[in-house]
Design a protein around this ligand. Sequence first.
Ligand code: ADE
Length: 241
Amino acid sequence: TAWHASVLTLFPEMFPGPLGFSLAGRALREGRWRLEAIDIRAFATDRHRSVDDAPFGGGAGMVLRPDVVDAAVAAALAGGDPARPLIYLTPRGALLDQAMVRELAAGPGCILLCGRYEGVDQRVIEARGMREVSIGDYVLSGGEPAALALLDACVRLLPGVMGEAASAEEESHAAGLLEYPHYTRPAEWQGRRVPEVLLSGHHAEVARWRRAEAERITRERRPDLWAKRAAGGGATAAPDC
Ligand code: ADE
């Protein structure tokens, strides 16, 4: 009943990869979530174990076959809660944001399909009702790093993963703003001083300064986030840490 991620990939050795370390790795070993990498090639049916073919209409690259992908999806569904959302990671997808991450983390887990080559036959995407999701406006050579990023974002929100109280409260406070800058000792380093207010011990002033910095940085760097927030968005992105 732990949060369950199944990743359909041609490169199952890429998992857990970085998710075996730090917060996510500890949580994985503690059984707070479960990760299963499913090798798409295991569902190939011909002698040559082929998973892809040339695109109809011509052009470069290869396309993952719908029958092979469908069999892999069926195996993932059979091996866990069939209510888990199915997500195909693609630069053509809807942009992943913190609201989507919160929604996924609150559910039973997810099934992630990683494409390679030119993509996946569109019919299996439609037939299985997959959500197409992108982690950003750039092109990766495969969906695997995107799956790792999405999972990292979800796992840190699971109960008991992050030293809950403090961080959760922080995040809700900062909703829709970029994080303020952080400082630690020494108070002066290479001639640069930590902002005096942070050394003052005045909690209210520290809070006010941090808020003002968060707002300034959001306005300067991400006018898009700032506009969403000003428009009453509230629960948009809260990229912190
Ligand atoms: N696969 C390739 N590029 C991707 C991206 N930007 N987001 C999600 N999946 C991808």
